[in-house]
Design a protein around this ligand. Structure first.
Ligand code: GLU
Length: 505
């Protein structure tokens, strides 16, 4: 069997939707599982939708996700160029070949003529007539014009396109790796443009030519491309490459609260839809990404992997190596997969718990600095992260959960203490602060024992004193066990916070 070669073929038109990243992921997992190559090919033949910054953005996203291509515009490789616009010259010969062999034809219709045809043929049953085996007979193309007329038009550089000539009455089929055998009636499909008037190929021609020239063995793409499959099947056949056609899999849609998950759903329901922040240069609109929302790439990959796939067990958490080992295309579901943001957050929480402190240090430090919190040394930061990570769902949660380790809380939740505050409690804390100042061995167990002994001595339930101590040290009703906090912030700071807080109660 030839070496597995898969490709992700994005059009650089905007932000990378989570469905797009899942397509990359399934390609990547399949390639790695079979010791194959993962190629990224930029499909930029539609100049009207081209957005300059989108290409770099796509690579940034892949980089963040850890989905490193083996070949691409950035990585090079033996089958370049990997940007279709740079391959422009190579497509015409195939389109011309198809015309010569009778599988395609020149069409000279103007925009107005096309509009008129659609208007004339419009009926209640057929509200949007296509350019197909019926309508083509009335149009201006190399099937209706004489050879001399066509020659004349071509010699005079009359703008024209090349269209595939879809057979009137054939059934063609292929076996999808997820969906099994799928058949199409060719007569229902329109004569798609293959080569545009500007000489650029359309997606249909370019995808077939490039998958062939780049020796792609498996092509995985979104379900929305299924209707184009008959055109591609015929092109593989007509170009004489049928035996080299990749195996295809059409991945299920990702569903939002109302059908296909859209960018608008994200804005409406307050969850990210793109991998990373995307600033649209045309509209200046900023769409939030999973990265910036505070997701770990490990969690993002994990949640995408199981959005439409499972390995047949109850397991939900998978690392990349495990995914590579377990992934198989035949376990990808046919039905659309529903995206659940609460579940996505659960994955992130689990991964924050799972990853090592060193894997969080960089992000957490940056977040703290952004929030104007000085981090004096990495060892305190590491201990803090270890202590609070189980309480964080998204990375920004680390700011609230750990800022009080680095600076005295500015505002105390006084209301949580005041109603039950008493002179006895004040006496207790004055005595506790004094006791603490005499402790030489500043250790969790000792601090706690001193607290309990003193409470017993003063005849106050330690449970009633814990909350005030927490508010004194943390500022609010959250955070890890309070003596662990005291141990970490140190003697002077603990005593200072107790004394200062009492002034406010
Ligand atoms: N350029 C297409 C897209 O933007 C790729 C489809 C395919 O993978 O064949 O989705």
């Amino acid at each position: 069997m030839s070496k597995v070669r898969v490709r992700f073929a994005p059009s650089p038109t905007g932000g990378l939707h989570l469905g797009g990243v899942r397509t990359v992921l399934y390609n990547y997992l399949f390639a790695k599982k079979h010791n194959g190559d993962f190629i990224v090919r930029i499909e930029d033949t539609d100049q009207t939708r081209f957005v300059e910054s989108a290409e770099q953005y796509i690579f940034d996203c892949l980089n963040w996700c850890g989905l490193e291509p083996d070949e691409s515009v950035l990585h090079g490789g033996p089958y370049g160029p990997y940007r279709q616009s740079e391959r422009k010259e190579s497509y015409r010969q195939y389109a011309e070949q198809l015309v010569k062999d009778g599988y395609a034809y020149y069409a000279f219709d103007t925009k107005e003529e096309l509009e008129k045809m659609r208007e004339d043929l419009k009926t209640a049953e057929n509200p949007s007539p296509q350019y197909d085996h019926t309508s083509r007979k009335k149009m201006k193309n190399s099937l209706t014009l004489t050879e001399a007329e066509v020659k004349d038009l071509l010699v005079n550089s009359t703008p024209h396109v090349i269209r595939i000539k879809m057979p009137e009455n054939e059934v063609i089929s292929f076996t999808d790796m997820i969906r099994g055998e799928i058949s199409f009636e060719t007569g229902l499909v329109d004569d798609k443009v293959l080569l545009k008037a500007d000489g650029m190929p359309t997606y249909h021609l370019a995808v077939v030519v490039d998958d062939y020239l780049m020796k792609i063995t498996h092509a995985f793409r979104g379900e929305e491309w299924l209707p184009s499959a008959p055109v591609h099947l015929l092109l593989w056949k007509y170009l004489g490459w049928q035996k080299d056609m990749p195996q295809w899999a059409h991945l299920p849609l990702i569903l939002g609260p109302n059908g296909k998950l859209s960018k608008r759903d994200g804005a409406k329901y307050g969850f990210p839809v793109f991998a990373m922040n995307w600033a649209d240069p045309k509209t200046n609109e900023l769409t939030e990404g999973f990265k910036e929302k505070g997701f770990l790439p490990e969690a993002f990959i994990n949640l995408l992997a199981v959005l439409g796939w499972n390995d047949g067990t109850e397991q939900e958490l998978y690392s990349m190596p495990e995914l590579i080992e377990k992934f198989s295309m035949d376990r990808v579901h046919v039905a659309g997969a529903k995206f659940d943001y609460e579940k996505a957050k659960w994955f992130n929480h689990e991964w924050i718990k799972k990853v090592k402190v060193s894997g969080l240090r960089f992000e957490v430090k940056n977040l703290l600095i952004k929030n104007r919190i000085t981090v004096p040394d990495d060892s305190l930061l590491d201990k803090t992260i270890e202590l609070v990570k189980d309480r964080c769902t998204l990375l920004p949660d680390f700011v609230q959960q750990s800022s009080f380790f680095f600076k005295t809380p500015e505002q105390l939740d006084v209301d949580a203490v005041k109603p039950k505050w008493s002179d006895e409690k004040r006496d207790f804390f004055i005595a506790y602060a004094e006791k603490l100042s005499g402790i030489g061995n500043w250790e969790l167990g000792i601090l706690e024992a001193a607290f309990k002994d003193l409470a017993a001595e003063k005849n106050i339930k330690p449970g009633e004193l814990q909350l005030p101590l927490r508010i004194m040290l943390v500022g609010g009703k959250f955070g890890p066990p309070v003596f662990q906090i005291a141990e970490l912030i140190g003697k002077n700071e603990t005593i200072k916070r107790i004394n200062n807080a009492m002034k406010q109660f």
